[in-house]
Design a protein around this ligand. Structure first.
Ligand SMILES: [Zn+2]
Length: 118
């Protein structure tokens, strides 16, 4: 499971390698990676005025989310063997709340899991 997430994330062609796993009653519903693909729903403006609609891994799977689902976000370092900080950004947290996700787990700087009750 995490192997598949890792392969997806490491082959995304981006500087950051993130994978998000959407779970429902413990079952995996969808695995997503961050991509440079754009999605109009997630368009946003940076403080410097430039626009971006790059999809974060979380947003990639939130399209499939139902209320009560759980989300896991993992970030892999370039070499692929270590996990690092993957806490969802505030924009993703907004979408996570809107989607009705009840629990978010993410890897911290030490590669350990941390949990947010949404
Ligand atoms: Zn984000």
């Amino acid at each position: 499971m995490y192997y598949r997430a890792k392969i997806l994330a490491l082959n995304n062609g981006r500087a950051y390698h993130l994978a998000a796993i959407l779970r429902r009653n413990g079952d995996v519903v969808k695995v997503g990676e961050n991509t440079s693909k754009t999605h109009p729903r997630f368009k946003r403006q940076y403080p410097d005025g430039s626009w971006s609609s790059h999809m974060h891994a979380e947003m990639n799977v939130l399209r499939f989310a139902q209320a009560g689902d759980e989300l896991e976000v993992i970030r892999f370092k370039k070499c692929g063997h270590f996990r690092t900080m993957a806490k969802p950004c505030s924009l993703c947290m907004d979408e996570i709340r809107k989607a009705g996700i009840k629990k978010v787990s993410y890897t911290n700087w030490d590669g350990e899991w941390e949990t947010i009750r949404v």
